[in-house]
Design a protein around this ligand. Structure first.
Ligand code: IVH
Length: 667
């Protein structure tokens, strides 16, 4: 009986590993997402029931863990060196000549690869299992980010085929363009600062303390370099070909070159073609193919003599700065925009560049009419990287950040420690009013069918609305009086508004557009406070009690509700019939039985996964802590609990309870 279960678990894991590989590495899924989820659910069910077969590399473990801990520093088995950079064909020729001189009378081949613009990672495998993922760090030692790495679906946790017992493979973790755009859109929606480019977003994501959050970031990983004692081949390219068969995502954009002309062809091809890739590259890497020749060429202190990188020139445009305008967003943040004389750059005509904030304007010492250099990075909007001061007119006026809001003339403020300026007139500054309504009706918020930006514009122009609560008082006649609005469309909007009264409390909270309250934060606040009345009157300290709510968010919530206009708005929405507390079903799974208690959960359990157990704690009013301290009420101890946690709890006199004792607490 037991044997069968173990077999079934292994069989499910095997199937899921293969489907992950087909989906994330080969891009050729062979089952539907639904069927995949079914298999995964079967596996999770069995693993929960039979924790004795736990395996940290099971495909079910890719969701990440909520444990927050500092990363451990690990020494690299082989130092993680960087590459020498070159910027011209002459320098590439010099490299080629040097190699040829050091390998007299020998033929050699060069493998040309793309230089991926992300963050480097070293993955160690033993007996086909991923055992560690370490960042570059200072090249000698790096951060152990294994738990985060495991959430990246294209990184195999277990290998297939004929792999060496022990080896390391290095590569680049990156964020493809579409993932980067989605991530930034979500950040902006939550009033958070967007990442400057995909590289920063990838390295920032990899260094997050909470791997469950990392799992939500669409990171990907290309592998390009193998190290170890027993590699399958004496040739770099063959090793990569082998690694591909074990399940690694080895890029196909690489070429074995037998002459320098072929190298130049590859470089020239990708210099223009790179703009069509769905991810960023910043150059080409050249590597001598034979490992024997690599060994004889050796290393300098900083980099190998058998490899070099060629960096593309960032494509620059040169054009005139015509004016600087200032835009006000829904949160009141003011963004300066440079308006340029149109110029063609890397495939598109550029008319505008972002300037981000006043610090950037002053550091560039921008003057109106200046000739400026612009560059495109991973960003959609290019940026100004320099000014040609030699052609500046004597009477050119320096660009100054405005002091008054361009829309409502209120004096702008700058919050200490932040780069952005804000217009504080949230109650009557037009783009803030309009932006908040647009956010409120958007798909992820109230999702009001039939209403779009154009109609919102018309409603404002005709003074039919001033805020989101006014939407619910709209009369059919008002709507049909609008330009191009028939009875059917009007009814559509009214139906959409009516339906939105069923949208749950967490989404209503998100829809209000409180700064830093994105979708996830809204859910946490809704289940932490259960009703608007409680949330509205919560102090900063009470807010911080909720898992994942920090000072910045707490302050923003308190600030929002300290404004009488906002309190009135909520009251009017309540009158209109919107959901301002958890529904009865939602309530049923919630209680305050664990109110005031804090828990540390460790080990594995038979009826819950660790994350499920933590959710149960939160839903019943308890708080999860990552480490045992004198503030811990209970340590919930499962199978294979960490000995240090146990020892610490004993030392501090923290009560240790079993899974069954925990169940008694909530029942
Ligand atoms: S090979 C000893 N190949 O560029 C050689 N590196 O400046 C090890 N990179 O730290 C590196 N694409 O993060 C290699 N195809 C590629 C690469 C690549 C990007 C990065 C990598 C490395 C840096 C070197």
């Amino acid at each position: 009986m037991k044997k069968n279960i173990e077999q079934e678990i292994n069989n499910l894991r095997q199937q899921l590993h293969q489907h992950n590989h087909k989906y994330y590495v080969l891009n050729t899924p062979s089952i539907t997402d639904f069927d995949f989820d079914q298999l995964m659910n079967q596996l999770i069910e069995l693993e929960t029931k039979y924790p004795e077969y736990n395996d940290s590399n099971s495909p079910s473990q890719r969701v990440g863990s909520d444990l927050n801990k500092e990363f451990e520093q690990v020494k690299h088995q082989y130092p993680m060196l960087s590459l020498g950079n070159t910027y011209s064909e002459e320098e590439i020729q010099d490299f080629y000549n040097r190699v040829s001189k050091q390998l007299p009378d020998e033929d050699f081949e060069i493998v040309c690869e793309l230089k991926y613009d992300g963050t480097a990672i070293g993955l160690s495998y033993e007996n086909g299992q991923l055992i560690r993922g370490v960042t570059r760090g200072d090249g000698v030692q790096g951060d152990d980010v294994t738990n985060n790495v495991k959430t990246i679906k294209s990184i195999p946790l277990r290998l297939e085929g004929n792999y060496p017992e022990q080896f390391e493979i290095r590569g680049e973790i990156f964020l493809p363009h579409n993932g980067f755009q989605k991530l930034n859109a979500a950040r902006e929606e939550a009033g958070e600062t967007p990442f400057a480019n995909p590289r920063n977003a990838a390295s920032g994501s990899l260094k997050m303390q909470n791997s469950a959050q990392v799992a939500k970031r669409p990171l990907d990983c290309f592998l390009y370099y193998m190290l170890g004692e027993n590699l399958p081949s004496e040739y770099h390219i063959k090793n990569l070909d082998q690694a591909r068969t074990w399940g690694f995502k080895i890029p196909s954009h690489l070429k074995l070159c037998k002459s320098i002309e072929e190298v130049f062809d590859f470089i020239r091809h990708w210099d223009s073609e790179r703009h069509n890739l769905p991810f960023d590259i910043d150059g080409i890497v050249l590597k001598v193919n034979s490992l024997d020749q690599q060994r004889r060429l050796g290393f300098t202190a900083k980099s190998p003599r058998w490899a070099i990188s060629y960096k593309f020139k960032a494509e620059q445009g040169y054009t005139k700065l015509e004016s600087v305008t200032f835009q006000v967003g829904r949160t009141g943040a003011v963004t300066p925009v440079a308006n340029l004389e149109p110029v063609f750059l890397a495939g598109t005509t550029v008319k505008r560049a972002s300037l981000h904030n006043s610090d950037i304007i002053s550091s560039l010492d921008l003057h109106l009419g200046d000739m400026v250099y612009i560059e495109k990075g991973g960003e959609i909007i290019p940026k100004i990287v320099g000014v040609d001061e030699s052609v500046r007119q004597n009477d050119a006026k320096v660009v100054k950040f405005i002091q008054l809001c361009p829309e409502c003339e209120t004096e702008l403020i700058r919050i200490e420690g932040e780069a952005a300026h804000y217009c504080p007139n949230s109650s009557s500054c037009p783009p803030q009013l309009k932006g908040r309504v647009e956010h409120f009706i958007s798909r992820k918020a109230m999702n009001i069918d039939g209403l779009g930006t154009e109609t919102i514009d018309l409603l404002f122009q005709n003074k039919m609305i001033n805020d989101v609560a006014d939407l619910y008082a709209l009369h059919p006649m008002q709507l049909t009086s609008l330009d191009r609005m028939g009875e059917k469309s009007a009814q559509n909007i009214l139906d959409g508004l009516e339906a939105s009264k069923q949208v749950n409390f967490a989404r209503v909270l998100f829809a209000l557009g409180i700064r830093y309250v994105g979708e996830t934060v809204a859910k946490k606040l809704a289940s932490g406070f259960k009703s608007f009345d409680k949330l509205m009157n919560a102090s900063q300290e009470e807010l911080i009690e909720v898992d994942e709510i920090g000072d910045r968010i707490a302050l923003s919530v308190v600030d929002y509700f300290s404004n009488e206009n906002n309190r009135q708005l909520v009251e009017r929405l309540k009158q209109a019939g919107l959901q301002f507390e958890l529904s009865q079903e939602e309530q049923a799974s919630h209680s305050d039985k664990l109110e005031g208690m804090s828990f540390v959960v460790s080990g594995s359990f038979s009826t819950f996964s660790r994350d499920e157990l933590k959710t149960v704690i939160e839903k019943n009013g308890g708080k999860n802590l990552s480490g045992v301290s004198s503030k811990t009420t209970y340590l919930v101890a499962g199978d294979k609990i960490g000995p240090s946690k146990l020892a610490k709890a004993e030392k501090l006199g923290v009560k240790i309870i079993s899974e069954d004792e925990f169940k008694d607490l909530i029942n």
